[in-house]
Design a protein around this ligand. Structure first.
Ligand code: SF4
Length: 94
């Protein structure tokens, strides 16, 4: 007889999320490409990472000034931060 398997996903952020980072042990230069170099290899690695949410929030909180985090470039993150700020303002004005 087959057993039902129930997995409860935690709604809590993963505290030691860096332990689970897909980029652990990879060449850091992949995530800090020189001007004109592709960020696609970093994005591919991030695409397999189970802690993208935690990584992105950390990068935003720290205002990480360089590198690819959670598949987003510094510019992408700046846009995201701006969008969040806009959304917050709209919420307050309603
Ligand atoms: S999302 Fe990308 S940069 Fe962040 S921990 Fe995972 S692999 Fe590393």
């Amino acid at each position: 007889m087959a057993q039902a398997i129930h997995i409860e996903l935690s709604k809590q952020p993963i505290k030691d999320w860096r332990t689970w980072a897909a980029c652990r042990g990879t060449d850091p230069n992949t995530f800090f490409p020189n001007r004109g170099e592709s960020i696609t290899p970093a994005k591919i690695i991030c695409g397999t990472c189970i802690v993208q949410v935690e990584c992105l929030e950390d990068a935003i909180i720290r205002r990480e000034p360089a590198g690819v985090r959670a598949g987003l470039s510094t510019r992408d993150r700046r846009v995201l931060i701006g969008n969040r700020a806009d959304a917050k303002l709209k919420t307050k004005s309603v």
